[in-house]
Design a protein around this ligand. Structure first.
Ligand code: GLV
Ligand code: MN
Ligand code: MN
Ligand code: MN
Length: 404
């Protein structure tokens, strides 16, 4: 039968917190155009807008935190998600502790931190911090099914149009500070037995799309001297990327070719087209730019030597690194000390929405250990205890900043 016809409750509810709920009614009643006990709060009037904030002084810039929940193919459970669920829990911890923020606290769930579908990483935070140039980039973006960003957003229930896209761009100073909690995605914290990483800077990422075109042909009939194999051009470029990265002599330089697509993709057909996507990063922007330039030169040289056409060389993004804010780093150090947690200062080699939020707000990041540093694969894991440490550091830091 239906459980609501049964006289036995299906589970036992924990009691509503009467005192806290009453306090919230009383606080919200203060946002009124007329004196107490009356409440006048008309849609989109100043008090209506202020009441949507959470702090006691919502006219001050808010303190925001958040991350992403989208995941690349065959990824894990924790990348991004720790910073979203952790943010919500940090707010709950503060509520349960009876903390009253002065500046409002906001949680942001960013759209498309991962570039998988539309080829643009950190699409949401890039746009919030963004430029009209990016708005145009989004207008031209389609996924591999040729679906536009707008159609995809619409079919997911969002009202986004070419006209209103740029209205989300934040002015500098919109937020007093922005914080992101994230798994380290590297092995250092776990290896060294340290609970918390306080991030000092985020490395500069770049991504590039390259296409080569040749004549293709029959894998048996076309003799080797007659070929201009677009697939081999891509293979050679992939090795050139590795060479240019290693040539810097710095461990901070990295380069990856994660996508090579050959056309027509048949065992007995010489590739007539190849598409390759390159990711390269460095904490040193000049050195990273040097790698990008060498990759460009190699693409030209390889095409020439192999008699293929370099039909596309497109730098999709070439972002500067970001520095974390001193005030926030100080607040994080106070928090870890109060919580008696070990910590170390570190750079983030992965990029995050924080890289872009730093353009419009002072920014800080909290790292927690993850198993063997695994990320972007299913073995990604962070213990619930380590996550709880991160949540506590986040909560205490949000609290401090909200009172500044
Ligand atoms: C984020 O997913 C990154 O690639 O750094
Ligand atoms: Mn990721
Ligand atoms: Mn992430
Ligand atoms: Mn990411």
């Amino acid at each position: 039968g239906y459980p609501f016809h049964s006289s036995h409750p299906i589970f036992s509810l924990s009691p509503v917190n009467l005192e806290s709920l009453q306090k919230q009614f009383d606080e919200l009643a203060n946002f009124s155009d007329t004196p107490a006990p009356s409440v006048t709060r008309i849609l989109f009037t100043e008090n209506d807008v202020l009441a949507r904030g959470t702090g006691s002084d919502p006219e001050l810039g808010a303190v925001a935190t958040g991350s992403h929940i989208d995941a690349i193919p065959y990824s894990g459970k924790y990348d991004g998600v720790v910073g979203v669920l952790g943010a919500l829990e940090a707010i709950n911890v503060l509520k349960r502790s009876g903390f009253q923020p002065k500046r409002s606290l906001e949680v942001i769930l960013f759209t498309s931190e991962e570039p998988t579908r539309f080829g643009i990483s950190c699409l949401g935070s890039r746009l919030l911090a963004g430029s009209e140039a990016l708005v145009n980039g989004i207008k031209e973006s389609v996924d591999d099914q040729n679906t536009s960003f707008f159609d995809a957003a619409k079919s997911a229930g969002y009202v986004v149009s070419e006209e209103n896209l740029s209205t989300v761009i934040l002015e500098k100073g919109s937020y007093f500070s922005f914080l992101e909690l994230h798994i380290e995605q590297g092995p250092l914290l776990e290896e060294e037995g340290v609970s918390i990483g306080i991030v000092t800077a985020i490395a500069a990422p770049a991504s590039i799309k390259v296409e080569f075109e040749g004549n293709g042909g029959h894998a048996g009939a076309v003799l080797m001297p007659e070929r201009n194999d677009a697939g081999l051009a891509a293979a050679e470029l992939a090795l050139a990327v590795e060479k240019h990265v290693l040539e810097t002599g710095s461990m901070d330089s990295v380069g990856t070719v994660g996508i090579i697509v050959l056309h027509p993709g048949a065992i007995n057909s010489i590739p007539s087209k190849s598409h390759i996507e390159i990711d390269t990063r460095d904490i040193d922007e000049k050195r990273r730019d040097g790698i990008v330039e060498k990759i460009h030169q190699s693409s030209i040289d390889i095409a020439k030597r192999r008699g293929v056409k370099l039909s596309e060389f497109r730098i999709v993004n070439q972002d500067p690194p970001a520095k974390c804010d001193h005030l926030i780093i100080n607040a994080l150090e106070v928090a870890v000390r109060q919580l008696n947690l070990s910590h170390k200062m570190m750079i983030s080699r992965a990029y995050h929405d924080s890289l872009f939020m730093a353009r419009v707000s002072p920014m800080g990041m909290i790292f927690i250990p993850c198993y063997k540093g695994y990320s972007h694969k299913p073995e990604e894991y962070a213990s619930i205890e380590d996550i709880a440490n991160g949540v506590n550091v986040l909560a205490l830091t949000l609290a401090q900043l909200s009172l500044e």
